[in-house]
Design a protein. Structure first.
Length: 202
């Protein structure tokens, strides 16, 4: 007889995800799950970020989660670097994410023959060049088990929410169907209608 038990994801020490704008108890809270090396995520972020910029922090909260897809072999290393940046300078986390989105191809097809250490070196160099995070901070972060575990726990948390691909969106805890295909106007209308229906001003 074989006894099997499902492993539950660890309970986080604080609410998961990076609070990009607003508050976690805003009238409307949008959560987005991105993979740093996902084409769909890279294309979605400029549209989504532009759409949410017109709304107030009081009405809208936005939380970013990083969910490295297993078939993007260098994506977990980006998530690990992101955890280091969150610890060193949280406000620079979305800046790092934005730049990796811009250059994501360099970490997929153009990095296929690079070793893991060479990919780490590349992320650290990008962080220093574009985000003004010292190269050594990122490389030291790759030796930090705490940062590594945080990246793993974020992935497990996403799985516990039923996330299997990116980008995936939730509105007040409920998945938004087909949101990855939303245009700027789709997002603007979606958010505005919800806020107006709730009786809040933009």
């Amino acid at each position: 007889m074989v006894c099997m038990r499902a492993q539950s994801p660890p309970i986080p020490s604080s609410p998961p995800g990076y609070l990009f704008m607003g508050a976690r108890d805003s009238q409307l809270v949008l959560e987005v799950f991105y993979d740093n090396l996902c084409y769909g995520s890279a294309m979605n972020w400029p549209v989504f970020s532009q759409a949410i910029s017109k709304f107030s922090n009081r009405s809208l909260g936005v939380i970013i989660h990083i969910f490295p897809l297993p078939y993007h072999r260098n994506s977990f290393l980006a998530a690990w670097a992101g955890e280091t940046i969150l610890k060193a300078s949280p406000s620079k986390f979305p800046v790092f994410m934005s730049y990796i989105f811009q250059y994501y191809k360099e970490f997929i097809s153009q990095s296929v023959n690079l070793t893991e250490l060479e990919v780490m070196d590349k992320y650290a160099a990008y962080a220093e060049k574009y985000v003004e995070i010292d190269y050594d901070i990122i490389m030291e972060g790759y030796q930090n088990l705490y940062n590594n575990l945080n990246a793993r726990y974020a992935w497990k948390y996403a799985c516990s929410r039923g996330v299997s691909g990116t980008p995936t969106f939730f509105a007040n805890g409920v998945v938004v169907p087909n949101a990855s295909e939303f245009s700027y106007y789709n997002w603007s209308n979606f958010i505005q209608k919800f806020i107006q229906a709730s009786g809040n001003m933009i």
